[in-house]
Design a protein. Structure first.
Length: 307
């Protein structure tokens, strides 16, 4: 091999920043050194890795193919480096991508606990829908993910950590808000605001209504959970989100959960990672701490209802 890990790091930094100058700043290198490293790598591989649009660089076909391979090599080298250095085992940076529900309700407390107990562990956090989490893992953009619902890709390992369920909800002025039971025919007549395609919440909802409701009047689709809740609060719409996402508004009597006994919408939040990732003490630490946090949350719920 004629190329070096440093050249691959430079390539990966440019791909992330789409700019030589921003990559140089990220790597604490001069701009000329970054440009020279990229030129050497492209010459060695005899392939153009980027398409240049003025000052902006986007990956070429060859660059898109190379990037996940380069990230995997960089991650493996980092693990070797951590194992050889005389340092605490739980130190370094872990890239984590999570769905919105986990990012809002699980990760703030989890990251706070890790900052307290493992101060040398840093988590780089991204927030995407479940489909994008899986895509990012497969492209080696992230080392660990959290998704809603099921994953069907055999290359991705999955471990459930938290059980929850979706609910159908509307505002207090909607005609359905005062119904003891809302049936399938009523749901078919409703105007819906739902999460976008690719979201774990959307997949679970569509699986639940499949074969039961022929046509849904989906008025709007949004990635943002707060936007969905605000629109349902102030319009004649019906929505579907995890209970965790609407619990506070229900307690404030701003939203009403509809009783829809014909729909089963239980789901889990799960950690996901590539099967070929190998040993990763940072990943194992995060999953262990998350399990501990979830047990604490569930215990508090039991104590709350028994009081």
């Amino acid at each position: 091999m004629k190329y070096t890990l440093k050249q691959l790091q430079v390539f990966n930094a440019i791909a992330s920043n789409e700019s030589v100058s921003r990559a140089a700043e990220h790597l604490c290198m001069t701009q000329s050194a970054v440009s020279m490293s990229l030129a050497q790598l492209e010459n060695l591989l005899d392939r153009p890795l980027f398409i240049r649009h003025g000052n902006r660089l986007t990956l070429s076909h060859w660059g898109r193919w190379l990037r996940p391979q380069a990230r995997k090599l960089i991650q493996n080298a980092q693990q070797i480096d951590q194992g050889l250095k005389d340092q605490h085992l739980i130190s370094g940076t872990l890239s984590l991508c999570a769905s919105q529900t986990a990012a809002e309700h699980i990760l703030p407390k989890l990251i706070s606990n890790i900052d307290s107990d493992f101060p040398e562990l840093r988590i780089e956090l991204s927030i995407e829908n479940s489909e994008e989490v899986i895509r990012g893992l497969l492209n080696h953009e992230f080392e660990l993910g959290i998704i809603e619902g099921r994953n069907d890709d055999s290359r991705v390992m999955q471990e459930a950590i938290f059980d929850d369920h979706l609910v159908i909800f509307t505002n207090t002025h909607h005609p359905y808000a005062h119904s003891k039971v809302v049936n399938l025919a009523q749901l078919e007549q409703a105007r819906w605001i739902l999460r976008e395609h690719g979201a774990g919440t959307r997949r679970i909802f569509e699986s639940a209504v499949h074969g039961l409701i022929d046509h849904l009047d989906v008025w709007k689709e949004y990635e943002s959970v707060p936007v969905i809740k605000e629109l349902v609060k102030n319009g004649s719409y019906v929505g579907c989100l995890p209970l965790l996402d609407v619990k506070r508004e229900v307690e404030r009597c701003e939203l009403v959960i509809l009783n829809t006994p014909e729909l089963d919408m239980h789901r889990s939040l799960s950690f996901v990672w590539l099967d070929d990732l190998g040993q990763n003490p940072l990943k194992d630490c995060v999953i262990t701490e998350a399990k501990r946090l979830v047990r604490s949350i569930q215990k508090n719920r039991i104590n709350h209802f028994s009081d």
